[in-house]
Design a protein around this ligand. Structure first.
Ligand code: RB5
Length: 144
């Protein structure tokens, strides 16, 4: 699967770990920056990743900042994006199954790399349930 990743300085280290692990699993990773721990503004990178997913350049997106909050806010401002801030395995499952999340946001300052990789695994491996959730997700997509 082609997966876009992006981070600010608070999520840079986690993004690098995620990038390596996804590539090792055979995914094609599109790294949209940032490239160091130097301070940058998360809206730019969140938007860049979201636009790559919304535009079809990548199938999914993973964004990391210090808390994951700012990145999720930025990504969700792009039409077609459903980005979930994931802080646990069950959240990763629900983001896929109920919300059809095409992006997730993770907090680099609060998420151990091994946990982040587990959440991503669960998210990518969980099927969208559709059914009663279909209408709700369509309603979300109509908002922008
Ligand atoms: C940067 O210090 C921090 O605010 C950012 O990484 C993120 O946590 C924002 O939501």
């Amino acid at each position: 699967m082609k997966i876009a990743v992006a981070a600010d300085h608070g999520g840079f280290t986690l993004k690098e770990e995620i990038k390596e692990a996804l590539a090792a699993q055979g995914h094609e990773v599109l790294d949209l920056g940032t490239d160091s721990e130097a301070s940058v503004d998360y809206p730019f990178f969140g938007r860049k990743c979201a636009e790559a997913v919304a535009g079809g350049e990548a199938e999914r997106g993973v964004v990391c900042c210090g808390s994951g909050i700012g990145m999720s806010m930025a990504a969700n401002k792009v039409k077609g994006i459903r980005c979930a801030l994931v802080t646990g395995e069950e959240y990763a499952r629900l983001a896929a199954e109920h919300n059809h999340a095409n992006m997730i946001a993770l907090g680099g300052r609060f998420t151990a790399p091994e946990d982040a990789l587990r959440y991503i695994d669960v998210w990518l491996g969980t099927e969208w349930a559709g059914g009663r959730h279909d209408r709700r997700v369509a309603e979300l997509d109509e908002m922008l």
